[in-house]
Design a protein around this ligand. Structure first.
Ligand SMILES: Cc1cc2nc3c(=O)[nH]c(=O)nc-3n(C[C@H](O)[C@H](O)[C@H](O)COP(=O)(O)O)c2cc1C
Length: 187
């Protein structure tokens, strides 16, 4: 019997529209981010950072997302713009994990990118272990330079994921999982 393993056996992502408050307190979030940053990191480069989006900031960013969508799709209806505006506003808290991977004399960029993925996974596991539910999403705006500029990302930085964190209103039924025999080879 191990609480973390039991949680991991059944963990499911919960869509942001099914996440509600209260979210983690400042102190609790600091603890979750400290745990999330405790990942394998070849060369100890910390090639990632966090951007915490909470409270009013969720709608401020959402406004920029909606405006960018409207600029690209002038015919977008009010319903679609509302969806875009609320992209980050459902869960009480969204943490953007930002990859700072780049060329390095010794450490391949690929390994730095993997470390950012590990940060996302650690944050997901830590938040779920603390009783929250999460969704690790990117969506189109994670790849849109106008939004990245608005979020203050350097040209070399990328979004590894927006981790939406909240209390689950309900947990969706499970999805099919990979069959072990199809993904494991023994030598
Ligand atoms: C880097 C990354 C980005 C993702 N972005 C999206 C996304 O934009 N939209 C989406 O529906 N799912 C996205 N997903 C998938 C969800 O995080 C999640 O895996 C999926 O909803 C299945 O949930 P599960 O965690 O219960 O298996 C992404 C996953 C990863 C690893």
């Amino acid at each position: 019997m191990n609480a973390t393993l039991d949680m991991l056996r059944v963990r499911r992502s919960v869509p942001p529209v099914r996440l509600e408050g209260p979210g983690p307190s400042r102190e609790e979030l600091d603890d979750l981010l400290t745990i999330a940053a405790r990942v394998p990191d070849h060369g100890k480069l910390a090639p990632w950072r966090f951007l915490v989006i909470e409270g009013e900031a969720r709608l401020t960013v959402g406004e920029a997302i909606a405006k960018t969508h409207a600029a690209d799709f002038p015919d977008a209806d009010a319903g679609r713009l509302d969806l875009e505006r609320k992209r980050l506003a459902h869960a009480p808290l969204v943490v953007a994990v930002v990859s700072r991977a780049g060329p390095h004399v010794k450490i391949p960029e690929w390994e730095q990118v993997l470390s950012a993925g590990a940060v996302c996974t650690n944050l997901v596991i830590a938040a779920n272990a603390a009783g929250y539910a999460t969704s690790w999403l990117t969506e189109w705006f994670a790849y849109d330079r106008r939004i990245l500029d608005m979020l203050g990302l350097e040209p070399s930085e990328k979004i590894a994921g927006f981790i939406h964190i909240g209390r689950p209103q309900e947990v969706p039924s499970d999805r099919p999982r990979p069959v072990l025999a199809e993904i494991v080879t023994r030598l």
